[in-house]
Design a protein around this ligand. Structure first.
Ligand code: TYD
Length: 133
């Protein structure tokens, strides 16, 4: 998994993190969205993107992200506001174990486009096989 550690500009007043296109993230940001008030036991996501790249930050609280590239699975724990999880295209993801105070902020390389989603796991596996052949 690709986690990006962002510099914390801390001083006696507290912490500050800066995210700058073309400087400390690998794509230009067209969209930012965030999730909060996620209920206990809720699992979200369950999709992959054909071309979208994203960086996920749990800016408050914590959550887990399951990443699946069609061959292996790994679990990322996001619990630091200065840590970003870079998810390239073609990765199946599921988000879960949100603490009640969790705010999951996502930077995305493209505008929202339902056509870019693969929401069926079997379809995702087929898509990965097609890409390889
Ligand atoms: P959804 O894809 O179900 O979220 P998740 O992948 O986290 O389970 O999105 C929830 C709703 O929000 C759905 O109606 C689509 C809408 N939405 C937007 O309008 N813009 C966006 O950028 C995103 C990510 C979702």
């Amino acid at each position: 998994m690709k986690k990006i550690q962002f510099q914390q500009h801390g001083d006696s007043r507290g912490q500050l993190v800066a995210i700058e296109e073309e400087i400390n993230i690998p794509f230009n940001v067209k969209r930012v969205y965030f999730m909060y008030d996620t209920g206990p036991g809720v699992h979200r996501g369950f999709h992959a993107h054909k071309s979208l790249q994203q960086i996920l930050f749990c800016v408050h609280g914590s959550c887990k992200i399951l990443l699946d590239d069609g061959e292996s699975r790994e679990i990322a724990i996001l619990d630091k506001p200065y840590e970003g999880l870079y998810i390239e295209n073609d990765i199946w993801r599921e988000m879960y174990d949100f603490t009640s105070d969790a705010v999951l902020m996502v930077l995305a390389s493209e505008h929202y486009n339902e056509e870019d989603y693969i929401r069926d796991y079997d379809e995702f596996i087929k898509y990965k096989r097609l890409e390889k052949s």
